[in-house]
Ligand binder design. Structure first.
Ligand code: NAP
Length: 266
């Protein structure tokens, strides 16, 4: 493997997004003749900086874009503008062989109630964070990175089993993940022949803060019991194991464009 990769990660300050950044960087560092420019996006400036500091070395350069609240639709154009400027700076001074956008950021929505008791304003906020901003980021990436036979474009959606399977109490989560998966499938069709690939990657039930929040807030007694049992028996997936599978998929190019790949499938 040779060349220079550009990798933009949304929601890179903590959790799985941070783990993807660490894994991508450490994988590139072990290879000869490959460089990586990472653009880490999130809300928390300090967390982004600390991630950047733990990653940077001779082969890996990191830029950060902070204060990007995906739910703040009034500021979405401004925030997308800040990300575009950071990417444009990098494009001006580098020639990339692979450019990747990883849409990782995500929220659960209210898992304590069923659809009958939804507050539509909260549901809309959930859609804004997980779908509206996702659309804006995908469009930005496709416009900003020119089609080129020497620079492969890749868009990754961090998906979930619940994109493909409905589950009670997970209404807006299932809905937003399914919507994202479909957009990724559409982009695969629209950009076919443009040296562009897309991927929905379901990382498995991760042993992290989001799973702890699920265990503590899910309104369904049976699910809560099963989730607690799984956690206590150590059945959750290590974030680093899942990030390694995703980075290997991206680097080996061993997936069908527009497909949904689950941690347990590979
Ligand atoms: P997490 O620890 O809760 O991290 C969520 C990430 O999304 C954080 O970086 C968070 O940033 C960001 N985010 C949330 N709301 C945001 C907003 N309004 N604006 C900007 N950023 C926002 O969860 P995770 O497990 O790492 O989740 C990563 C992805 O994996 C999500 O898409 C999730 O649905 C998916 N996934 C997770 C699991 C699991 O078991 N954890 C399973 C399947 C799929 P802040 O720090 O600023 O909140």
């Amino acid at each position: 493997m040779t060349g220079h990769h550009l990798c933009i990660i949304v929601g890179a300050n903590r959790g799985f997004g941070r783990e993807i950044a660490l894994t991508y960087a450490s994988t590139i560092t072990t290879k000869k003749n490959v460089k990586l420019s990472l653009v880490l996006i999130g809300r928390n400036r300090e967390q982004l900086r600390s991630t950047a500091q733990s990653i940077e070395n001779d082969s890996v350069h990191v830029s950060t874009v902070a204060n990007f609240d995906l739910g703040n639709i009034d500021n979405l154009d401004e925030n997308i503008g800040a990300v575009s400027s950071a990417i444009e700076e990098l494009i001006k001074s580098n020639t990339f062989s692979k450019s990747i956008l990883i849409n990782n950021a995500g929220t659960l929505g209210d898992l304590s109630v069923t659809v009958k008791d939804y507050n539509w304003k909260e549901a809309k906020r959930h859609l804004d964070v997980n779908v509206t901003s996702f659309v804006a980021l995908c469009s930005m990436f496709l416009k900003l990175i020119p089609v080129s036979s020497t620079n492969q474009r890749v868009i990754v959606n961090i998906s979930s089993l619940y994109a493909t399977q409905p589950c009670a109490y997970w209404g807006t989560y299932c809905m937003t993940k399914a919507a994202r998966d479909q957009l990724i499938g559409v982009i695969a069709l629209e950009e076919e022949g443009n040296n562009t690939k897309t991927l929905n990657y379901a990382p498995g039930p991760l042993d992290n803060e989001m799973q702890a929040l699920v265990r503590n807030t899910i309104g369904d007694d049976d699910q809560r019991e099963k989730l607690r049992e799984g956690f206590e028996k150590g059945q959750l997936v290590n974030m680093s194991d899942s990030a390694k599978k995703l980075v290997n998929l991206i680097l080996s190019d061993s997936y069908e464009s527009g497909s949904h790949v689950d941690f347990y499938d590979i």
